[in-house]
Write a protein that binds this ligand. Structure first.
Ligand SMILES: [Zn+2]
Ligand SMILES: [Zn+2]
Length: 304
């Protein structure tokens, strides 16, 4: 089978569009699509310092691989940050991979840990949580967002790039829908160009399966061991549900993504609220105390 765009042998067949692509044409299609997303949502501007949050998984290393290429032909710089949650034995392999990948690309890399920021590792936080209702991923995600804000400030970046892909976006949307949290759906709008610290997701329009193939075909090394807490919460079930739909109805994820985009854009405009600063830490929040401080204070209260 020949590539749809050149004379090479095809290596990937994109079911939702019917294209068969060779490895080279496939990779350039992913780079082009990422560039298109970046410009569509004005994610990166001239002179930006972008900190790329790299966990050591395939998505974040593929994102780093692509942003590094782009930074050489465009007017922006990148630095790499890694958040260490403090899960014994889990982060070590990833840190080694990231370190050698960054030194190969000659990019500055810095590690920030939950322990130094919150005086709690995720392991400790999970041990002292009151009940299983606070899922590990929701505690971890809240901590991670705050840790990334801090890291961006430390390295002097005005943009944080994370590797959330189209599948992650759909899962988050359905999680917010099933829990009735429509405010959070408004926050999913990818356009953050008005903010001083912009959080961008350049892979938000790319299927996870295509990022896997990009990493594989570009021989990007990545951590394969999954997080030991991954199966808590409903995300895994939703992920499998969406994959089984896509198998039978190729392209259905793209359709759902377009709906999520329109809904989140409308909701953001409709639910725009004034932000306050947290009484405890001074960060932006919608109530008196921000969500991070709420969790940290609650966990510490349970503990004492
Ligand atoms: Zn080709
Ligand atoms: Zn706070």
């Amino acid at each position: 089978m020949k590539c749809y765009r050149c004379d090479n042998e095809a290596a990937y067949s994109r079911k939702y569009s019917g294209e068969n692509l060779c490895s080279k044409c496939f990779s350039s299609s992913i780079i082009r699509k990422t560039a298109k997303t970046i410009s569509k949502f004005k994610m990166i501007k001239n002179g930006d310092l972008v900190c790329v949050a790299v966990s050591g998984g395939k998505d974040s290393l593929a994102l780093l691989h692509i942003l590094d290429k782009m930074s050489k032909t465009h007017n922006f710089q990148i630095k790499v940050i890694t958040i260490d949650e403090g899960i014994p034995g889990y982060r070590n392999e990833a840190l080694e991979i990231i370190k050698s990948f960054c030194s190969e690309l000659k990019i500055e890399h810095k590690i920030f840990s939950y322990k130094e920021l919150f005086e709690l590792t995720i392991e400790e936080a999970l041990q002292i949580r009151e009940n299983e209702k606070m899922s590990s991923c929701s505690i971890c995600g809240t901590f991670r967002r705050r840790a990334m804000d801090h890291a961006a400030k430390e390295v002097g970046a005005n943009v944080i790039a994370t590797a959330h892909n189209l599948d992650d976006t759909l899962q988050t949307f359905l999680i917010n829908m099933t829990s009735g949290d429509t405010t959070k759906i408004g926050w999913m709008d990818p356009d953050t160009s008005e903010k001083t610290l912009r959080k961008i997701k350049p892979f938000c329009e790319i299927y996870e399966s295509e990022i896997v193939f990009y990493a594989f075909t570009n021989k990007i090394p990545f951590q394969t061991e999954p997080c030991p807490y991954m199966n808590e919460g409903i995300r895994t079930e939703i992920r499998e549900f969406l994959n089984s739909l896509e198998n039978k109805h190729a392209g259905i994820k793209n359709n759902l993504y377009n709906s999520v985009l329109r809904i989140s854009q409308n909701l953001r405009i409709a639910s725009f609220k004034e932000t306050n600063s947290c009484e405890n830490c001074g960060n932006d929040c919608t109530g008196k105390i921000c969500s991070v401080c709420k969790i940290v204070l609650k966990l510490k209260a349970n503990h004492s």
